[in-house]
Design a protein around this ligand. Structure first.
Ligand SMILES: Cc1ncc(COP(=O)(O)O)c(C=O)c1O
Length: 432
């Protein structure tokens, strides 16, 4: 019935997550409130970890793409679940290390890492630095030499694949700010430079074709393109790279209309392509890395809000205003993302209204959804927006000096706070 098995409805007709009544949680902690199902997240982590085991005899690593939702609790959970993590900034790296995450299982990404970030990554001993451009390679080489280090690196390659998803989350095509292009020869040039550099140890390649992708074909195609390139590298340089990172991007269910393949199916089909390509090209099967973010956490998080007003504009639309908005969920403004929304106190009653859910910011575009079917609500009722676990809190802002919400993790009917609600004091902490 719902976008995640972690959600249900109890005898009071209230929405539950991880066995907790969302109406009770909202009453106890206030709104806006984000709630994650810890069991659901762990279940997803285990699926990826075991699919590496099943499809590659354990010769690989599943990284959680922590940009999807980054906090101490999440890195601790990933450590317990034997995942690696990918980070894209000094801040994410800092949080992972503070959580006690083993540095050798951290992969550092980014299309414009600062010198300070590269030094931080080098000195922390991260497992892999994924180099994005030639300037970065040159800078990294100098920084490594100055510290007598020889970091293991991957190169980010644009495989020239246009995945069918929103243009802002497509990354594998030639017109992308990320990585080295294959078509222009830029990627081969970078490979040769990296191999020749005594301060760097090039061990593999990385690609990520985009996010919220429903078809398996582009993933299969990407694997084929990358292995063809690895064979070409072997032919031209004699070096057989031993690692291949195929990125993340597996789609999830935001609404009833979404019908993504189960991610174990992606893993199976891509593994078939990897093995076939390697056999044909006389390559050993590389150590396979994957980087799911959204598919680990997206459907396992919800946001609870309180309705402040219902404004009906006859013949036009009805605005239902909530006590959060673009500050905790900018995805509708950015990508016109669709969500399932419901009133958690009448969760199994028919949705008899169609409304625009508006945030509280001083911005006409501050909407969470238009034409959303929901149960009829009035001021004081709660609203639950489902599948807000990925790229919501992590993209949150303090626009209009709105504090970020409190975040709970729930498990077996018990909740605990993983991120405190920001206070007004927090908002002025750095003001002088
Ligand atoms: C390099 C890289 N890896 C992994 C991911 C995770 O993608 P997703 O959350 O769609 O699985 C992203 C997302 O943008 C990314 O840029």
């Amino acid at each position: 019935m719902f976008v995640s098995d972690s959600l249900s409805v109890n005898e009071k007709h209230h929405l539950t997550i991880g066995g907790c009544d969302t109406v009770d949680l909202a009453e106890k902690y206030g709104t806006p409130l984000m709630v994650f199902s810890e069991d659901g997240i762990r279940r997803n982590c285990r699926k990826f970890v075991s699919s590496i085991e099943e499809n590659y005899d354990g010769k690989g690593l599943a990284l959680y793409a922590s940009k999807a939702f980054s906090c101490l609790a999440m890195y601790r959970l990933c450590k317990e679940e034997k995942m690696g993590v990918d980070v894209v900034s000094g801040g994410e790296l800092y949080t992972a290390l503070k959580a006690g995450f083993p540095p050798e299982k951290i992969f550092f990404h980014g299309n414009n890492k600062t010198t300070d970030e590269l030094i931080y990554a080098l000195e922390s001993g991260v497992g892999r630095i994924v180099a994005d451009n030639r300037e970065e390679l040159a800078r990294l080489s100098k920084l490594a030499a100055a510290r007598s280090l020889r970091p293991k690196i991957h190169l980010r390659v644009k495989p020239g694949i246009d995945a069918h998803t929103h243009q802002f989350i497509r990354t594998g095509q030639i017109d992308s700010k990320f990585g080295f292009a294959l078509e222009t020869g830029e990627a081969m040039l970078a490979v040769k430079e990296a191999i020749a550099d005594p301060n760097l140890e090039l061990v593999g390649l990385h690609c990520h074709i985009g996010s919220q992708i429903f078809d398996i074909d582009p993933f299969e195609h990407a694997a084929e393109v990358m292995l063809t390139f690895m064979a070409q590298i072997k032919e031209e340089t004699g070096v057989e790279l031993s690692e291949l990172n195929l990125g993340g991007g597996f789609g999830i269910k935001y609404t009833e209309q979404d019908n993504p393949e189960d991610f174990t199916a992606y893993m199976k089909r891509v593994a078939v392509v990897v093995k076939k390509q390697c056999a044909e090209k006389n390559l050993s099967v590389p150590f396979i890395v994957i980087e799911p973010g959204r598919s680990i956490i997206g459907a396992e998080g919800i946001t609870l809000y309180t309705v402040g007003s219902v404004k009906e504009i006859p013949g036009i639309r009805t605005y239902v205003s909530i006590d959060g908005g673009m500050t905790d969920n900018p995805r509708y403004i950015l990508y016109q993302s669709e969500y399932e929304i419901l009133c958690p106190s009448k969760a199994d009653l028919p949705k008899d209204a169609v409304v625009t859910v508006a945030g509280k910011c001083c911005e006409s575009g501050d909407l969470i959804q238009e034409n959303a079917p929901i149960q009829t609500v009035q001021a004081g009722d709660l609203l639950a927006v489902l599948s807000t676990g990925a790229y919501n809190y992590s993209m949150a802002s303090n626009y209009n000096r709105v504090p970020r919400p409190l975040v709970l993790a729930v498990r077996d009917g018990k909740e605990h706070i993983i991120i405190q609600r920001e206070s007004y004091e927090d908002l002025i902490r750095n003001d002088q």
